[in-house]
Design a protein around this ligand. Sequence first.
Ligand code: HOZ
Length: 423
Amino acid sequence: MTDSEKIFAEAVNYIPGGVNSPVRAFGSIGSVPRMIKRADGARLYDEDGREYIDFVCSWGPMILGHNHPEIRRAVQEACGRGLSFGAATRAEVEMAKLICESIPSVEMVRMVNSGTEAVMSAIRTARGFTGRDKIVKFAGCYHGHSDGLLVQAGSGALTAGIPDSAGVPEGCTRDTLSALYNDLSSVEELFRKFPEEIACVIVEPVAANMGVVLPEEGFLEGLRSLCDRYGALLVFDEVITGFRLCFGGAQEYFGVEADLAAYGKIIGAGMPVGAYGGRREIMERVAPLGPVYQAGTLSGNPVAMAAGYTQLSILKEHPAYYRELNEKADRFFGAMKEIVREKGASCRVNHIASLGCLFFTGEPVTDYRSAKTSDTKAYAAYCNAMLEAGFYPAPAQFEAMFLSMAHTEEDLEKALERISDII
Ligand code: HOZ
């Protein structure tokens, strides 16, 4: 038995499934989790002393690589001043200012502790602002695990085959309407049916929790105009895309402005952070200014702010980083597509900026239905073979593959060679 296996055997006695978030259980690839002891740059090291080139990057936030020295220093300094005050700080004001100055549509922002919280609060704000109850989400999009959003959800819920969770009362999802990603007519139909009842449309601008699915030309623009026409708000869940596609996230990348946007782990550089923000008149509905209640003792935590602010400042000061990262990713995913083509493999590679996904299906993946045609057993075999060879892809098909600034051309070359052997 490896040390990872021994630790996991103990874990299952005390933690449901032995893990604190379902996709890490390695269940869908028929394996047991590698217990990670430390990480540095593009590499993870497990309890058995095995080294992996990491393609998960903590599900996105480690865009500069693990254990970045400046971020580590900022966190250590912040720790020296105290871990939590439950009171207002200069650090959270600097963070809010940086976000508002970076994202044109965000005039005010509220810090929270996770993407789940950010989205849940953004939706409450949209409802409070419009005075309407219904929301539209897309099948296969995942917006965290709050009750009202576990409807045809992606990520671990899709992997585990439970896109509609037990324990969610019918009343909580009664106002959640489900539309089809990349299908504007499905959204229009809902607006026609409920012209004055829909508070918002929430979307992952790039769906990254059913694998990676790109928005088709005009889709996001179409959502914008439908929302405008029917007086609903457009909410972008930028937990994955924010500060990842480019500094301004999906709003800048696609040139489409949202009314509210939710951010997650990347703005904490690995610490538990989230945020939601938008136009002033909307955000002024949030307590203590307005009647939409939302709160949190650890929101704006000074240690988390130090980590996130340092990462965002580095990214802001070095716009060339995004160019380099996205060019590197274009070469990597482009080469992966070439391997698939040369081998005649029944695979599809979806890719945008430094996000990508290898699907084991012969058909283009453009939505929830086509994502589900992927052969998850073939993905499991691929994933286990990669792990054995010292690479750490997402241990579930319906997740993204992330690259960081720390991945070298040599790391990526090695990964491509292995992928070529496997598929
Ligand atoms: N799809 C999730 C990130 N957006 C995976 C992380 C998790 O659920 O633990």
